[in-house]
Design a protein around this ligand. Structure first.
Ligand SMILES: [Zn+2]
Length: 344
């Protein structure tokens, strides 16, 4: 498995990581807290969904939409940044849940740490990555209904698996990253040991954090299905959970006290985790400098399709999940490359 760590330092990724701004993260976090509540069934959760939708439009993603999963619940918000060399159904995910809960959830559930911190972080990852071009497609997903039992992500993943037949290369879930105590300002990088084995993705994230940031990571190979990564795992997809140190208990968890300054107290930790997420998602997605960006028209109307290079998409386990050859795409289904798509 050594070859996973043989990725070179990439100055383009270094540039992306260094354009991350803590004040940009904080500004969005403040905006999220100001919704007063983001309880999935509250009106203001719908307002928050609109806020996220407009943010993704502002970042000029290729596609932005709501995914409604149950009446009464605020929807999932999904943004797609299309890769140059891949199908829309082969992609990397960075996700979080934006809903919150407390003892009086319709009135006040500020959720600054759980999960305003992760939501502000994913928005910042999106703000940065949206300015670059990648070979692979990236999806930025903001789930709702997490606090009612991972409802939004379960719906998304079941559809991805059985209806859309998506090949999700990897998913990184960011949930609760803004609370620390002295000497424990580190991140736990959590992945299942099997079914599926997510250790390579855990190690990949830590290697990216070590290469490009000052983040201290704790490797946690455990089955801890307490956030949206569990929905991906349930349908067989590689997914990990990034959170504040697992050995630190946030006393404001799920209370009205989960506000900036109390439940959220470590902007620097959020900043370092966000940089590590930028590096990980960018590395997985193969950044390309603008001058090498293939022109779509040339591919579509290329008279000699045999000149197209063989393109292979791998997940971090080194498994081929999609192949493009001579203008045709093959997607892996039930361990065979069978779905055939011909470029028009
Ligand atoms: Zn949470």
């Amino acid at each position: 498995m050594l070859f996973f760590f043989l990725f070179n330092f990439n100055p383009l990724i270094w540039e992306m990581v260094n354009s991350c701004l803590p004040e940009s993260i904080f500004y969005n976090l403040l905006r999220l807290q100001n919704f007063k509540t983001r309880y999935s069934l509250s009106e203001s959760a719908f307002a928050c969904a609109n806020f996220l939708y407009n943010k993704l439009l502002e970042y000029r993603l290729d596609s932005v939409y709501f995914q409604h999963f149950q009446s009464g619940y605020a929807p999932n918000v999904i943004g797609i940044k299309r890769g140059a060399n891949q199908l829309d159904s082969v992609y990397i995910v960075i996700c979080c849940h934006y809903d919150a809960i407390s003892d009086n959830p319709y009135l006040f559930a500020p959720g600054a740490d759980d999960n305003g911190s992760g939501t502000a972080s994913v928005l910042e990852v999106c703000r940065i990555l949206s300015k670059y071009n990648f070979e692979k497609t990236i999806r930025f997903i903001f789930f709702s209904g997490e606090e009612q039992g991972l409802l939004g992500s379960y719906y998304y993943c079941s559809l991805a698996k059985y209806i859309n037949r998506d090949s999700i290369i990897s998913a990184v879930n960011i949930d609760m990253i803004g609370y620390s105590i002295p000497q424990r300002d580190s991140a736990s990088v959590i992945g299942k040991p099997n079914n599926p084995n997510c250790q390579p993705l855990v190690d990949y994230f830590i290697a990216c954090a070590d290469t490009y940031t000052n983040l201290k990571c704790i490797r946690a190979i455990i089955d801890r299905p307490r956030s949206d990564h569990a929905s991906f795992n349930r349908f067989g997809y590689l997914a990990i959970h990034i959170r504040e140190n697992l050995n630190v208990f946030n006393p404001y968890y799920h209370t009205a006290g989960d506000t900036i300054g109390a439940g959220f107290n470590d902007l620097n930790l959020v900043y370092e985790i966000t940089k590590a997420a930028i590096a990980t998602i960018a590395s997985l997605s193969n950044p390309i400098s603008v001058s090498f960006l293939p022109i779509t028209k040339n591919i579509i109307y290329n008279k000699n399709k045999n000149n197209l290079n063989l393109k292979i998409a791998y997940n971090p386990l080194g498994q081929k999940i999609a192949v493009r050859n001579k203008g045709m795409y093959f997607i892996k289904e039930n361990s065979q490359f069978k779905k055939l798509i011909i470029l028009k």
